[in-house]
Design a protein around this ligand. Structure first.
Ligand SMILES: [Zn+2]
Ligand SMILES: [Zn+2]
Length: 492
């Protein structure tokens, strides 16, 4: 039928959601899915209204925005917009139609990053990280170094590679002290480019088993040996070793830069400037009691600072049985820089970004002119060639122990299981797993919807939207269900 109209149509894989019985559901029955209202997303609105002006300003200053930044920011403006295409569904009972807009899949897009965050966390917990205790090690860099690392992919890889290496070395040395032969370590390393308040702030989170793996003599199996938690002195020891090695890495990098002055890529020239743009206003808490919360916290355990200003934190742990906690931590690793619920457009047209934690002096939110906020966003867009997640040691794709230690999800799991390859979880399964939202439940009769096709053709888009919005199928407006649970997850 569709083909006869010359529509560009691709049949999509339908979800296996209809197999989920009532016992598989969380508290209460799943809600049916209502597509997100893209107009309601302040960040999308900001870019739709001001991106062209921002880009024109960069051109006027003779400092054009790099193409990859332009492309990604522009993609966000079409995300969730039905007029750019959608997936068409139809109810198998009442034939009621439904359309779900395409998403942009850009890291900075609050709704796409939200989906990505959940999908990747499910994959890590179901398919990569075995049931052992974990510790999160976080390395932050002093300001000057952070600013350089932010726009130099090679240096970033080298710096954070040293970090993963030194963690592994420290674990192996301790295992050797106990007489453990050939201990194997592993870590999941996530490089984050930002901190609270849309600040450019490259730092790394390493999720590391609190112990080592040892292969059996026949190589057919592996077991885990738990290690004692680190002491404050251990954390200080690791960070000072990282600093020693970085001193050499940076010396080589500087020498390399002098030889190759073309390294100063014009391509990203404007981005460091963008990163430095200041908010126009700081919103403070007024009460004395609350502003006291902004004071620097007392020294925390398992945190150490090297003389050069590197900081290492190792106080967060996840027990072996706490798989939910591990999934939460993994979600946190790939959270979007600006969660949807933290940004608001004020009546005067400025944007208010609320902070996760109150800053010094009781600052709880910062305010930006639209173009300034776009500048901050531009600096956060990662270059396309940057790998922000790395698997080290036993978690590396070709490590001989990997197959022996990764979890094997059971077939009768109560929640949909992530597929072997990341990013392949069906959209319906994902909504069900994370939000207990049933994307395939008909909003008209409660029957099952099936996916018919992906629609790209402008004429087809107009025709189908007219049918969906006809009186016969009009649905009373309800709030978009994704936003608030997503926001809660992102804030967790
Ligand atoms: Zn998007
Ligand atoms: Zn129906």
């Amino acid at each position: 039928m569709a083909g006869a109209h010359g529509w560009r149509v691709r049949i999509l894989q339908t979800s296996n959601l209809h197999h989920a019985g009532p016992s598989h559901r969380g508290p209460g029955a799943p809600r049916s899915y209502a597509p997100r209202d893209a107009e309601a997303c302040p960040l999308t609105g900001l870019l739709r209204d001001h991106l062209d002006e921002f880009i024109a300003g960069c051109d006027d200053d003779q400092r054009p925005l790099p193409r990859f930044v332009d492309r990604q920011l522009r993609a966000i403006t079409t995300c969730g917009d039905l007029t750019h295409g959608f997936v068409r569904l139809e109810c198998t009972s009442c034939r009621g139609p439904r359309v779900v807009p395409f998403s942009c899949k850009v890291r900075l897009c609050p709704s796409c990053a939200g989906r990505r965050m959940n999908e990747q966390a499910a994959h890590l917990v179901d398919r990569v990280l075995p049931q052992v205790p974990y510790r999160q090690w976080v390395l932050t860099l002093p300001g000057e170094l952070a600013r350089v690392v932010a726009f130099d992919g090679e240096l970033s890889t080298a710096v954070f590679g040293v970090f993963a290496d030194e963690l592994s070395r420290w674990q192996r040395e301790r295992a050797n002290d106990l007489g453990i032969a050939d201990p194997q370590t592993g870590s999941l390393l996530e490089i984050q480019r930002f901190a609270d308040g849309a600040r450019l702030y490259p730092h790394a989170h390493a999720v590391v088993p609190d112990g080592v793996f040892v292969a059996s003599s026949d190589g057919e199996s592996a077991h885990f040996i738990r290690q004692d938690p680190p002491s404050d002195a251990d954390v200080a020891h690791v960070v000072s070793r990282v600093e020693q090695r970085l001193t050499r890495v940076l010396a080589r990098w500087r020498a390399g830069r002098h030889r190759d002055s073309a390294h100063d890529s014009e391509d990203t020239d404007i981005l460091p400037v963008c990163a430095e743009v200041r908010p126009t206003e700081f919103v403070r808490l007024v009460s004395q009691h609350e502003s006291e919360q902004g004071r620097p916290a007392p020294k925390k355990p398992l945190c150490a600072r090297s003389p050069g200003g590197l900081e290492l934190h190792a106080e967060v742990t996840i027990a072996a049985h706490d798989r939910k906690g591990l999934e939460r931590l993994c979600r946190y690793l790939s959270r979007p820089p600006i969660p949807q619920d933290r940004l608001e457009r004020r009546a005067d047209g400025k944007y208010v970004l609320s902070l996760k934690r109150t800053w010094k002096g009781g600052v709880k939110a910062i305010v930006f002119e639209p173009l300034d906020l776009i500048a901050r966003l531009a600096a956060l867009v990662p270059a396309p060639y940057l790998a922000l997640r790395r698997f080290h040691g036993v978690f590396a794709p070709h490590h001989t122990l990997r197959a022996l230690i990764v979890p094997t999800p059971s077939a009768d799991s109560p929640v949909p299981i992530a597929p072997m390859r990341p990013g392949r979880m069906s959209w319906g399964d994902l909504l069900m797993r994370v939000w207990t939202i049933d994307a395939l439940k008909c909003p008209h009769c409660g029957g099952r919807m099936r996916v018919i096709a992906a629609i790209h053709d402008p004429d087809a888009i107009t025709a189908i939207l007219a049918a969906v919005h006809s009186e016969r199928w009009v649905i009373p407006a309800t709030g978009p269900p994704i936003d608030s649970p997503l926001a809660a997850l992102a804030a967790a």
